[in-house]
Design a protein around this ligand. Structure first.
Ligand code: FMN
Length: 217
């Protein structure tokens, strides 16, 4: 049985393309493998606060010497990190905002990318990821027309997410992208169909390589 950590970052709880695609992913995944379990972290419903000075003091203090306040200040970060480490697979759905991730997701990342917990520095002061590699599926949507190539120049979104996940050790990253959500409905529905096909392909591919839990019959 796999645990899949699903993180939804769109502030739009209704009508969000990224959430719709993540729902499609979850439903189709469970059809293929009903014993798997999705743990959902909804960043719109459970807002992650920005880091504070006290939290950073806690991060910078050896946990063996944490006083009660430091324990409290780092408890959320500990919980989010444990949740991420416990997951076998990561499904991250997020819109592109201003060529990057929305601030809700950035706040989550700030709590999870933590020295001594998810990355370490070796003797040469080089960072080493401490999280075991896992399949990470990133679902994104953006408004601009892909034909216009505007996003190509400024799209830090995927580059950033790839770098930050690799930094903590997650290297098997796949992108499912729906572009031009502000385009005409027919274009949007064709692109949606393409995104669904890509999701089906990823699910099939995963289960071909990990047949142990497949539904029988
Ligand atoms: C604050 C904000 C910033 C945005 N920035 C971009 C952007 O940089 N590039 C882009 O193509 N679309 C941008 N969009 C459009 C969204 O990416 C698009 O509407 C997407 O479908 C939102 O995802 P959702 O439907 O899952 O909420 C932006 C939308 C908002 C509200």
């Amino acid at each position: 049985m796999n645990t899949i950590l699903r993180i939804d970052a769109s502030p739009r709880v209704h009508g969000a393309y990224t959430r719709e695609l993540a729902d499609y992913f979850e439903q189709n995944w469970l059809q293929t493998n009903p014993v798997d379990c999705f743990v959902v972290r909804d960043l719109a419903k459970d807002t992650i606060p920005h880091l504070t000075e006290d939290t950073i003091i806690g991060f910078n203090t050896n946990p063996d010497f944490h006083n009660q306040k430091m324990k409290q200040e780092t408890a959320l970060s500990d919980h989010l990190i444990n949740e991420l480490i416990a997951a076998d697979i990561l499904l991250l759905s997020s819109p592109m905002y201003n060529f990057n991730v929305p601030s809700s997701l950035k706040a989550y990342i700030d709590h999870v990318v933590r020295l001594g917990r998810t990355f370490a520095l070796n003797r040469d002061n080089e960072p080493q990821g401490l999280v075991d590699d896992k399949q990470a599926y990133i679902i994104t949507a953006c408004g601009l027309d892909p034909e216009k190539k505007t996003n190509d120049l400024h799209n830090y979104f995927y580059i950033y997410l790839q770098n930050i996940l690799r930094f903590i050790g997650i290297k098997s990253i796949h992108l499912i992208s729906l572009e031009g959500t502000k385009a005409t409905p027919s274009t949007a529905s064709k692109d949606r169909y393409d995104a669904h096909s890509l999701i089906n392909m990823h699910i099939e591919d995963y289960h071909k390589r990990h047949p142990a839990n497949l539904k029988v019959g």
